[in-house]
Ligand binder design. Structure first.
Ligand code: ATP
Length: 238
């Protein structure tokens, strides 16, 4: 078993006087994909934001490829290849698809692979080619999510974090997105995924953390199996 790329140790974070994460520890990027699941509002997004530098942790450490990246700027973290696709629509509405993808490749290491990555993104999401000069504000929710993931791929990820990639999408477009996420994984990019769709998560990941009250309540390690019904029991507390 290889060493994890990402190690989060005893991390605490919150907002103002509210502590959301209280000494949480997770690891990812060793063998396969990691899934985070649990009830709404218990800190999954906060954990991802603290990992990618969008929120300064109050205590604990984040280590990526052996380097302590705790408290580094998001830009410095992106530069190291740890890329986070936040939940919801965070794209600039007046940019075109072409602009967004070009922005994704702004770091020197990503620029070096810009052309090859653009072709990969367009092979993954052929719809984007036909809408190349269309502004984000005129795209559907599914197309925006494709642009968000595509922009992250342009940053040449070593480890890719996806926060609820299929949230709010109609079934057909959701299937397209799920297939694309599998293809990204097959291409060799390890993933950390927060997702409410348990079937999707069980198929995609082999290492799961059940996050409850800002802590890991249950960890399901690679090789340990878990039935859908067990996961449902965790969600509903029986
Ligand atoms: N910017 C913010 N300012 C203040 N409180 C926040 C902020 N963002 C999140 N919180 C609070 O932190 C707690 C954890 O939220 P978080 O988004 O991390 O949960 P989550 O598990 O990802 O939930 P969901 O699945 O609904 O996204 C919630 O109580 C939320 O209200």
């Amino acid at each position: 078993m290889s060493a994890p790329m990402l190690n989060v140790a005893r991390l605490s974070a919150g907002y103002g006087r509210v502590t959301v994460l209280d000494g949480i520890s997770v690891a990812a990027g060793a063998n396969g994909n990691v899934g985070l699941f649990g009830p709404n509002g218990h800190g999954k997004t906060t954990l991802l934001r603290a990992i990618s530098g969008l929120l300064k942790p109050r205590a604990g450490a984040v280590e990526f490829e052996g380097e302590n990246i705790t408290g580094m700027s998001p830009r410095a973290i992106v530069d190291r290849g740890l890329i986070h696709v936040p939940q919801g629509n965070t794209l600039f509405p007046d940019l075109t698809i072409a602009d967004c993808l070009a922005l994704g490749a702004y770091t020197p290491r990503a620029r070096a692979a810009e052309e090859a990555n653009r072709e990969k993104v367009l092979a993954l999401f052929p719809k984007l080619r036909a809408r190349w000069r269309q502004r984000v504000r005129t795209l559907s929710g599914g197309e925006r999510q494709m642009v968000s993931i595509g922009t992250a791929l342009m940053s040449h990820p070593k480890l890719l974090i996806l926060d609820e990639p299929t949230l709010g999408l109609a079934p057909k477009i959701k299937d397209e997105l799920c297939k694309a996420v599998f293809d990204i994984s097959k291409s060799g990019v390890p993933l950390i995924v927060v997702e409410q769709d348990v079937e999707f998560l069980l198929e995609l990941t082999n290492h799961l953390y059940f996050i409850n009250h800002g802590q890991v309540e249950t960890e399901i390690k690679p090789g340990e199996s878990l039935a859908h019904s067990d996961i449902m029991a965790m969600y509903f507390g029986h």
